[in-house]
Design a binder for this molecule. Structure first.
Ligand SMILES: Nc1ncnc2c1ncn2[C@@H]1O[C@H](COP(=O)(O)OP(=O)(O)OP(=O)(O)O)[C@@H](O)[C@H]1O
Ligand SMILES: [Mg+2]
Length: 238
């Protein structure tokens, strides 16, 4: 079986600075795969490249059997790859409902869209309670929920989440992680970038550790969670 996402020797540069130096990994349908690593390792650059927002200098990305080389970002969304970006980027003046509707901008099935908005409210009841409120009035954690809900509105085959727990209180972080686990249980395939290695590895099938543009270690979530070098570097143990 071929994987839903295959990344082969991907390199991405900002001018002369090579931020991603030739990484390879794959995501099977139904899996949660996580990329962990320190600041500046190239995690966000990788997701932005998969989304078509950055052009790789070389390498190959195949999503759902199709090479993504030269495919524009909006087309990539319509192929089923959704991205909840680092820092959320919700539209603060629009209502929560309008933000969710924008996530479905490529869809024409009104009934389906309505159903999926309801599904987002089921997943995150606070969004339903505040549906008419401007999204900018939500707390950081609630905005993260909205960003995830919006990404789901395109009915993705693969959901990419960039640091969904960033800046959240421990309780809010747990809530977000529990939702990721729930989405996984529903069969959603997820590529998760996280600074919180403990939480990410705990629910991931596969994990990859990135350091200055390279993948330096790969394994199952459980293996990495118990790996001594990972524990020292990312889980704050001596
Ligand atoms: N627009 C840009 N122009 C130039 N360099 C950039 C740009 N964006 C990122 N970089 C550099 O590329 C490298 C990788 O950055 P990236 O944002 O992908 O890291 P990251 O792993 O997501 O880090 P973090 O955990 O801090 O979010 C860093 O050295 C960063 O400074
Ligand atoms: Mg980042």
């Amino acid at each position: 079986m071929t994987a839903l996402l295959e990344v082969e020797d991907l390199k991405v540069a900002y001018g002369k600075i090579e931020a991603v130096k030739g990484i390879s990994f794959s995501v099977e349908a139904g899996q949660v795969v996580t990329l962990i690593g320190t600041n500046g390792a190239g995690k966000t650059t990788t997701l932005r490249t998969l989304s078509g927002l950055l052009k790789p200098s070389s390498g190959r990305v195949v999503f759902d059997g199709k090479p993504l080389s030269g495919v524009p970002a909006h087309k990539i969304v319509s192929l089923g790859l959704a991205h909840s970006p680092e820092g959320r980027h919700i539209f603060p003046r629009l209502s929560i409902m309008e933000n969710l509707q924008l996530g479905a901008f490529l869809r024409k099935d009104k009934d389906g869209i309505e159903k999926d908005i309801q599904r987002a409210y089921d997943l995150f009841p606070i969004l339903g309670e505040r549906r008419k409120q401007a999204a900018g009035t939500l707390s950081g954690g609630e905005q993260q929920m909205l960003a995830m809900g919006r990404a789901l509105m395109s009915q993705p085959k693969l959901l990419m989440l960039d640091e969904p727990s960033m800046g959240l209180s421990p309780i809010m972080m747990q809530k977000i992680m529990a939702t990721i686990a729930e989405l996984k249980a529903q069969g959603t395939t997820i590529l998760l970038v996280e600074q919180n290695a403990q939480a990410a590895l705990s629910l991931a099938d596969q994990g990859h550790v990135m350091e200055i543009g390279n993948i330096v270690l790969s394994g199952s979530g459980q293996d990495l969670l118990h790996d001594e070098s990972v524990r020292k570097a990312y889980l704050g143990e001596d």
